[in-house]
Design a protein around this ligand. Structure first.
Ligand SMILES: Cc1ncc(COP(=O)(O)O)c(C=O)c1O
Length: 402
């Protein structure tokens, strides 16, 4: 998207605002599927948690994607967006048996990641096919909060507990139709993926009625021009070959599944903010914007470094700025970053704002959440209204204090 188009959107819909480019989502989807073109059955289940706006989900459906979900509400959003239940996989962690049963009744593919629920669910619903999330004990991911496949992680059933799983399957006669892992997010090294995949293949041999193997996600996307990223094409070539060989060995064609979030939507998103104050201190020049970690928490939570451009003055002389928000705690987006000269009232554009940005936004400091806009076929569509004070008060109940 050109700066002029972004500025027009900020003028039309106000600031701060999230903007998503449908063309980028589409090309990322096509890039991923084409990297695995030598596998007959490939299933992409978009991870709804990354960006869950219903219009984005409808775009995913149009592209041919299924959905990966982690809550009943994400499932309901997917159904509302027109997905068939069989194209939705439910991969929760630590939810109640009751929630899993509700989703199973809707017809979604269930993925279970602990022995207790596996046994309870298998005993009550032996006929419902279940996928099992394995913890391969691999340390992967760009930050400890998003490294989820290691030995101390709460996710998945340990590969050392395969005998326990088999005992439950034997006792309940349940049908295990899929095997799954997700080791973390922002994994750069494809050898880590391939290593973990071997563990999954080895595990898969224990289950005779598999229909799919789900390799999760975690592809590293670039955060600026020239930044490192997962080489998806090389990974596709290597894993496809290994997957096809495994299917031969297994004796039946299986579906290769992925559940990408960031890869599909991260780079498609830009977050536009307005500069309220330029504040010169003894050592730093702060650009204080009309947002904070209430709208974009990733820099504070994961140390993520989003690109920041001054689209109001793109040709200006570069200077060093610390870009911060208006929250009553430290909410630094960037420290001493080179940005073209900023004046109060300028619009800054944060890149990689598609994944885990709006979906992690809150009303902290009683601030309203921003609007969301999808640029589809070159046209800007408002896909979520900016919240108002009425939304903040909506569920609050005033009691009569005597
Ligand atoms: C189970 C599972 N699958 C898929 C994803 C998506 O990962 P990413 O956004 O890195 O592609 C996540 C992210 O947290 C996850 O927990």
């Amino acid at each position: 998207m050109q700066n002029s188009q972004l500025l027009d959107i900020a003028a039309d819909f106000g600031s701060p605002v999230y903007i998503y480019d449908a063309d980028i989502i589409t090309s990322q989807y096509q890039r991923l599927t084409s990297a695995f073109k030598s596998v007959d059955q490939v299933k992409i289940n978009y991870a709804v948690k990354a960006l869950s706006n219903i219009s984005v989900l409808k775009l995913m459906k149009q592209l041919g994607s299924g959905l990966d979900t982690v809550s009943l509400q994400e499932v309901q959003l997917g159904l509302a967006a027109g997905f068939d239940a069989e194209n939705i996989i439910f991969t929760p962690n630590g939810v109640s048996l009751q929630e899993i049963e509700t989703v199973a009744e809707l017809g979604c593919q269930i993925n279970i990641d602990n022995l207790s629920i596996l046994e309870q669910f298998g005993t009550k619903h032996p006929k419902t096919p279940v996928c099992i999330r394995i913890n391969p004990h691999v340390m992967a991911g760009g930050n400890t909060n998003i490294s989820v496949g290691h030995i101390d992680s709460k996710f998945g059933i340990s590969i050392h507990q395969i005998p326990h799983i088999l005992r439950i399957v034997e006792n309940t006669k349940m049908n295990i139709n899929g095997i799954h892992m997700h080791t973390g997010s922002d994994i750069l090294d494809i050898d880590v993926f391939l290593y973990a995949s071997e563990i999954l293949f080895e595990t898969a041999k224990n289950f005779k009625s598999l229909e799919f193997i789900d390799f999760g996600s975690g592809f590293k996307v670039p955060y600026s021009a020239g930044d490192i990223e997962t080489n998806i094409e090389e990974f596709g070539e290597k894993l496809s070959k290994r997957f096809n060989d495994f299917c031969e060995e297994y004796g039946k064609p299986l579906t290769l599944a992925f559940e990408p979030g960031k890869f599909l939507v991260s780079e498609a998103g830009q977050f536009l903010v307005n500069v309220n104050v330029v504040k010169q201190t003894t050592s730093t020049v702060f650009a204080q914007v009309d947002s904070g970690f209430n709208h974009l928490i990733r820099p504070m939570l994961y140390g993520s470094q989003h690109g920041i451009r001054n689209i109001s003055n793109p040709e200006g002389r570069e200077r060093f700025y610390s870009v911060v928000g208006y929250i009553c705690e430290t909410d630094t987006f960037a420290n001493n970053k080179r940005i073209s000269e900023i004046n109060e009232g300028d619009i800054l554009a944060f890149s990689n704002a598609g994944a885990y940005c709006y979906s992690m936004a809150s009303n902290y400091n009683s601030r309203c959440r921003p609007a969301e806009v999808l640029v589809y076929n070159g046209e800007a569509h408002l896909i979520r209204k900016r919240e108002t004070f009425e939304d903040i008060l909506h569920n609050q109940i005033e009691i009569d204090l005597k």
